[in-house]
Write a protein that binds this ligand. Structure first.
Ligand code: TXA
Ligand code: MG
Length: 315
């Protein structure tokens, strides 16, 4: 299959929507990362997403919708989830909520769970395609399962080119990290994945602390130890390079670094640069060393991704 690149025009949006309605897969830009989109009501399209990514069948997908009303037709958003939806949608937040009867989603989207992950993205191209398609769109990050997430159309082409119908090219993603995921445990909101909205901001809006999920309970089944993995090994907290290493710095005190997530030590900029820098480092074939990144603000999500990039690989 030839993967065509669609331009960020009204025509590009219309072509992406037509392909999706016909059951094809299209990579779409969102403000977080590129998503591998398919019609969430079409079992063949959903099966094709799992196949193209090499994704384990027990790892459910996020359904993307144009607004809160559309989300409410599929799942029950009330209490703390509704507070978060009203504050942060459209934006880099995913909410896991109980499915409603007659939700219309292909069964494999939720991998058999009674809950579904929903997100209303802010990116104008994603919004345009959602409205033109008129259906819920399932979209995991558009990378082969376990590998570095894509923040440009070129990353998608390198990972999935030849396996999907098209890529809608919207340039680099502004946030650069996947959405934060919040669900409920015993009625209390829990943070299932650190992401594009930092924890203090979520907690300020909720007026209550977010719990960590209970240990041992795999409530976000995709949160495997090894993920975002380059080909070569990754060494964390590196204050310099060992011979042959590609050193990724952070902040002003990394002289001689091969790249720097943010020369000024800005965590928002570091998040936006993270996956592109990892892709560039990976292309050199060298082992990768990464300077320490502080854990506050978006640093929590950055460190989560770095720990998984460095974790022993699950075959
Ligand atoms: O920013 C994002 O969220 C991007 C863009 C494309 O929207 N998407 C994304 O999807 O990161 P993905 O598939 O790479 O990550 C989805 C995560 C997985 O860890 C999955 O296990 C979790 O969401 N998830 C999905 N449905 C769930 C559910 N019902 N309960 C708990 N976790 C769920
Ligand atoms: Mg992913």
């Amino acid at each position: 299959m030839q993967t065509q690149t669609l331009p960020q025009t009204t025509d590009g949006i219309a072509q992406a929507a037509a392909l999706l309605r016909a059951g094809q897969l299209v990579a779409l830009p969102t403000e977080t990362v590129y998503g591998l989109a398919g019609d969430a009501s079409n079992p063949d399209a959903i099966a094709a997403i799992y196949a193209a990514k090499g994704r384990p069948a027990h790892n459910p997908l996020i359904v993307h919708l144009p607004d809160l009303d559309a989300a409410q037709r599929i799942a029950m958003l009330d209490g703390p989830l509704l507070i978060l939806a009203e504050a942060f949608w459209p934006g880099p937040l995913t909410l896991v909520a109980p499915l409603r009867d007659g939700h219309g989603l292909a069964a494999a989207v939720t991998a058999g769970l009674e809950t579904v992950a929903l997100r209303v993205p802010a990116h104008p191209l994603a919004q345009g395609v959602l409205r033109a398609t008129g259906r819920g769109i399932a979209a995991p990050s558009a990378n082969p399962s376990g590998r570095i997430s894509p923040s440009t159309a070129a990353h998608v082409q390198a990972g999935l080119g030849g396996k999907i119908a098209a890529i809608l090219d919207g340039g680099p993603c502004a946030v650069g990290l996947e959405s934060s995921i919040v669900g409920l445990e015993d009625g209390h909101p829990v943070l299932l994945r650190a992401g594009g909205i930092d924890l203090p901001h979520l907690e300020r809006v909720l007026g209550t602390p977010l719990r960590a999920p209970k240990p041992g309970q795999i409530s976000a089944p995709g949160q495997l130890a090894s993920h975002y993995a380059p080909d070569a090994p990754v060494r964390l907290d590196a204050i310099g390079a060992q011979p042959g290493e590609y050193w990724i710095g952070f902040g002003p005190n990394c002289p001689g670094a091969d790249a720097n997530l943010s020369e000024t030590g800005d965590l928002v900029q570091a998040a936006a640069n993270l996956f592109a820098t990892l892709h560039r480092a990976n292309a050199t074939g060298q082992p990768i060393a990464i300077a320490p990144v502080p854990a506050h603000g978006l640093g929590a999500a950055i460190n989560d991704r770095l720990r998984r990039a460095a974790a022993p690989r699950t075959p």
